[in-house]
Design a protein around this ligand. Structure first.
Ligand code: BMA
Length: 304
């Protein structure tokens, strides 16, 4: 039997914003090389992006872009978070923050880089004015960590990718410091768009059907985005996974840059009317916006 075709209208269930890239180097009021992969959060009606800025020494820091409409962002003249001189694991920079709100706290795991390889650091804030470091929570080589927005059975839940495994793993903690019960939850699929590595993307979105992940997959050095659904009560249980990707590098700004052929997300925002804004780094050079609806994403992961 021939394979099922993907209907034409589903080729683009996410729509690129006409102003893409919505943030690029020209919008940054200080010298930098690139601005990309951003954690995203909407607080009191305002949008905030914790964006990775690579300086001209090739070290990444975070700055905080803010916006009233989620499209036009302003960037302050300073970093909000930089590699700590006291932390050997951050010698080469801090990268790819993913912001999760739990209660009134904003937690952001990030990738810390050093000669040891990537490791996972965790920080917490309420308003980004004062940020507390909770330290390196996963030793090298590990990255692509994202915290679930709710505790499950009174434990925090973190998805991550140990570099040796190329797969997405889960671990749990009662105090955000000590993490355990590691388990592999989603592997690359041979011959597919995510055949080489898979890792977390945006903070998982709670739906009636489960935790919806917009994750990244790599194949042939091309980074694309796809969907997976995990069980609400047992977040280690993969229920569904889209065979088709939802976003791939096609536009010039996604195909050519610091690293070619990359679309990579660290954050999406679900509006009250269930519209979804996916913020993504393009070609490790700039920040773009793609929009869709939660219904479309859930339907897609169930059927395609
Ligand atoms: C991943 C991460 C991302 C980056 C991507 C493409 O491994 O390091 O920060 O956008 O590679 O270079």
């Amino acid at each position: 039997m021939p394979s099922k075709v993907l209907p034409k209208e589903l080729e683009s269930i996410v729509e690129r914003h006409e102003k893409n890239p919505i943030i690029s180097k020209k919008d940054v009021p200080f010298a930098c090389a690139y601005i990309f992969n951003a954690g995203a959060i909407k607080l009191n009606g305002k949008y905030a992006l914790l964006v990775r800025v690579e300086d001209t020494k090739r070290k990444s820091h975070f700055t905080l872009a803010s916006s009233d409409n989620g499209i036009d962002f302003t960037i302050p003249k300073s970093y909000v978070f930089s590699p700590s001189h006291k932390e050997p694991c951050e010698r080469y920079g801090v990268e790819d923050p993913r912001i999760t709100k739990i209660g009134n706290k904003l937690y952001f795991p990030y990738t810390a880089h050093s000669s040891q390889g990537p490791a996972v650091g965790l920080a917490v804030t309420t308003n980004f004015k004062k940020i507390d470091r909770l330290g390196i929570i996963l030793s090298p080589a590990d990255k692509d960590a994202v915290l679930l927005p709710e505790k499950v059975d009174d434990e925090y839940v973190l998805y991550h990718r140990p570099s040796s495994s190329k797969s997405m793993w889960i671990c749990y903690s009662k105090d955000l410091t000590y993490w355990g019960r590691n388990k592999c939850v989603m592997k690359p699929v041979a011959g597919s768009w995510d055949s080489e590595k898979v890792g977390a993307g945006a903070v998982p979105i709670k739906t009636e059907e489960g935790w919806l992940h917009i994750y990244h997959g790599i194949s042939g050095n091309v980074y694309r985005l796809g969907l997976a659904m995990f069980d609400l009560k047992h977040p280690s249980k993969l229920i569904r996974r889209s065979e088709n990707y939802i976003l791939a590098p096609e536009k010039d700004y996604e195909r050519v840059g610091g690293v070619n052929n990359v679309v990579f997300t660290c954050g999406a925002i679900v509006e009250n009317n269930k519209d979804v804004k996916i913020y993504y780094g393009a070609a490790d050079t700039c920040i773009c916006l793609a929009t869709t609806t939660l219904d479309k994403l859930v339907d897609f992961v169930k059927r395609y």
